[in-house]
Design a protein around this ligand. Structure first.
Ligand code: ADP
Ligand code: ADP
Ligand code: MG
Length: 461
């Protein structure tokens, strides 16, 4: 087993990784930027080293600094978490060259899965259904027009290197394609330093259903069941559930098998997620996320399997501790992402000082957060403040439990989207388990207006 792991990340996921390491008796080295000197994971790690100024490009994304600290502190492994360097093939290669074990798949696997256009081609070959669209990346605007005409509008232009909902543009007719093409290319260049695009037919009212997989170096690939992440704003997830509601056993089995086939097709190792769009009982491969996912905790709640500990086992060369027949999904889990942002001001990021924070607790409740009363949430990174997760024997029980958790959750110091999530938990479409990826956009004015009414009543009373 690895002895000492550098955690090349920050925030709640750094804390999450630290907890898994401690339970396995692995020492931890935290790195932090000047903005994160007081962070909780920095205080709890065996050792902590400052790697640079606040901007991520000069600290968390500085590959040389991460490697230098890992070597100087005698680490044998590096966990990249999510975001930052987690899907960076060059970083995976650099770790291997330095003799460090990266907890995740190899650079080659990241390259095969991380180029989203190339991954589509691999999936087609492996017999996994993909949305109609371009073959590989687009060489020009003319090719985009030709492909769009062939598959039919509306279409999406998407960044080959995409992630986090960035670099995606919708296009409803040929009149829009030149602008959409230029915008998607510019955003892709700014976000990923790579402006290659591909094109997919827009699936009109799909659900986002993804399958968690685990794979080791000994040929084992298991599926840990599915999650529904359809409640999204601007292609970014807000509320997730495990398992996905209302799938027939036959459909669930087909999707699980397609995910395992997808993982095998790229030679996968470690924890990964295969994302699909689901339209009635047809599903289409969207991408493989070659890292631990933000929403992995709800799969842990319904399976009892610690995904980060499995990643550490696999990276150490051990077999997975579970076989497919050991995986049992029990009950229903929901996660609400609490972000430091103001829904009433077009979701403007609202970082700041946490004056007071109280997390809900009790049976079937898990909160992953790096915040504590008195700390601050710096403006330089993403706005995730806490993940509130619940699990209960039934879906309705989980909804009720989440409502009471959000009633209890208290964060003073800056606005969050918690009230919006609370409103969603009372929306009939959500309660029916019928949300598609357009649900939140279509219902946002109504959901926000309720919050505004409450504000007015409070002011008047
Ligand atoms: P998940 O399904 O795990 O939520 P996301 O695509 O939302 O995956 O990304 C997970 C996290 O990683 C988010 O917090 C997001 O801010 C960050 N992230 C993803 N891709 C990028 C990127 N290219 N640059 C910066 N941050 C990213
Ligand atoms: P990212 O790498 O940024 O996570 P994805 O390919 O996973 O990008 O897409 C993000 C979200 O965009 C999906 O969850 C879905 O809501 C939407 N989306 C992507 N492709 C399509 C499509 N072909 N049709 C409809 N919605 C799509
Ligand atoms: Mg995705």
């Amino acid at each position: 087993m690895l002895r000492r792991v550098l955690i090349a990340n920050r925030g709640e996921i750094a804390l999450r990784i630290l907890r898994a390491c401690r339970e396995l008796g692995i020492e931890t080295v935290a790195v932090y930027s000047e903005a994160d000197a007081e962070a909780l994971h920095v205080q709890l790690a065996t050792q902590a080293v400052c790697i640079g100024p606040a901007p991520a490009a000069r600290s968390y994304l500085n590959q040389d600094a991460q490697l230098a600290v890992a070597l100087a502190t005698h680490c044998d492994g590096i966990h990249p978490g999510y975001g930052f360097l987690s899907e960076n093939a060059a970083f995976a290669d650099a770790c291997a060259r330095a003799g460090l074990t990266l907890i995740g798949p190899s650079g080659d696997v990241i390259r095969r899965a991380g180029d989203k256009a190339a991954a589509r081609a691999l999936m087609r070959k492996a017999g996994v259904p993909v949305t109609p669209g371009s073959q590989g990346s687009l060489s020009s605007l003319e090719q985009a027009m030709e492909d769009a005409r062939r598959v039919g509008y509306p279409v999406l232009l998407k960044a080959c290197a995409g992630g986090g909902g960035r670099g995606i543009r919708r296009c409803d007719s040929e009149a829009q394609i030149a602008d959409a093409y230029a915008q998607a290319k510019a955003e892709a260049r700014a976000c990923f330093g790579n402006d290659e695009l591909y094109l997919e037919k827009l699936v009109l009212r799909p659900r986002h259903v993804e399958v968690q997989v685990l794979a080791d170096r000994h040929g084992h690939v298991v599926s840990l069941g599915d999650r529904d992440c359809s409640v999204q704003r601007r292609n970014q997830k807000l509320i997730e559930e495990a398992p996905a509601w209302g799938l027939s056993p036959a459909l669930r089995k087909r999707m699980g098998e397609a995910a395992v086939a997808a993982a095998r097709a790229v030679g996968y190792e470690s924890a990964g997620t295969v994302e699909f769009l689901l339209e009635e009982d047809r599903f289409y491969f969207m991408e493989i996320n070659t890292r631990i996912q933000v929403e992995h905790g709800i799969t842990e709640l319904v399976t009892g399997i610690d995904l980060v500990q499995e990643q550490l086992r696999v990276a150490s060369g051990l077999s997975l501790s579970v076989a497919q027949e050991d995986v049992v999904v029990r009950g229903h889990a929901i996660e609400c992402r609490v972000n430091a942002e103001d829904p009433q001001r077009d979701f403007a990021p609202a970082p700041g000082q946490v004056e007071f924070i109280h997390f809900p607790g009790g049976n079937g409740v898990r909160v992953d957060s790096c915040l504590y009363s008195g700390c601050s949430l710096p403006p330089y990174y993403d706005s995730l403040a806490a993940k509130v997760m619940v699990c209960a024997p039934t879906r309705l029980g989980a909804i009720r439990r989440m409502r009471r958790c959000l009633e209890e959750f208290t964060l003073e110091g800056f606005p969050t989207n918690a009230e919006l999530s609370y409103q969603i938990l009372y929306h009939p479409t959500f309660i029916r388990g019928a949300c598609t990826t357009v649900f939140l956009t279509e219902n946002l004015p109504q959901l926000l207006d309720f919050g505004r009414r409450l504000d007015r009543e409070e002011k008047n009373s």
